[in-house]
Design a protein around this ligand. Sequence first.
Ligand code: DP6
Length: 341
Amino acid sequence: WVVMKTARAPSNIAVIKYWGKRDEKLILPINSSISVTLDPEHLSATTTVAASPAFEKDRLWLNGKEVSVEGVRYKNCLREMRARATDVVIESSGKVIRKEDWNSLHIHIASENNFPTAAGLASSAAGFACLVYALAQLMGVQEKYEGELTAIARLGSGSACRSLYGGFVEWKMGQEIDGTDSIAVQLAEESHWKDLVIIIAVVSSRQKETSSTSGMQESVKTSPLLKYRAEMEKAIKSMNFTEFAKITCADSNQFHATCLDTSPPIFYLNDTSRKLIGLVERWNRHAGEPQVAYTFDAGPNAVMFAKNKEVAAQLLQRLLYQFPPSADTDISRYVHGDQSI
Ligand code: DP6
């Protein structure tokens, strides 16, 4: 027999970024971060997990290619999920998989992204959130405290803990050394800020040269700039776009300044990214107050927030005019929020 579950989880984009760990093994951050979870239609991972007595070992396929499941991150997630597994009844046959059986049952995992992997669009975030959620369904895992699953997703990739919720999400850095309080909580629901439209400009779908994991290690060691993080929660709760835009752009710029301030420097932005920043800055200056905000993760692709649908429509037009699609550049491939623009 085989039991199988499939789940889908979206990416999230940080507006207050996580960059640096206080514990590398447990993936505990040096600061709390805040993100917005995207629509799953555009940027998500779909993962199928299966268990069968016929499987001889745990195996993993990413976008159709088998890769090692021996990495510590996968192992940690699988171990924590097995430890929480419960008795599961297979509906079709009535057979019961006992709690203790999960320790010896091997798992096959197949995961696919609907967007470029490792181009700085949080593919590991969607991937590990999806894996943990799918395993919870397969193994009948119930959370003992709210956010328990987010703490397990965090063991796969820090930013993954924020993808288990929709809307605006905060990853609380926590204080405990075992990481039990380093969990994600929802700050505002998906439906909270209806006017806000998010546009993602894919500037390059190439793999990034410096992974987030190694990039942030170097930054923590070498960047004196990594200390200040503004308070974003208030701006989100009150839907204050002016404040939201100021903090989002400043946080992104400080994050990339931190990367440049790392020795040797890490460059995630490219010429197109910088042109996009210039365009938004001029747009906002001209308007007198922020209409658009931008943020860039560990890659050159821009995530832009438009104040409302009208601004989003103007911005899209402008982007397509100024950056016609090319082999690498596909401006505004994804729009999150109002689809009618
Ligand atoms: C720039 O979560 O990918 O996207 O925990 O080592 O897997 P690991 O790193 P990862 O880092 C994300 C960094 C970021 C900012 C953010 O999403 O907060």
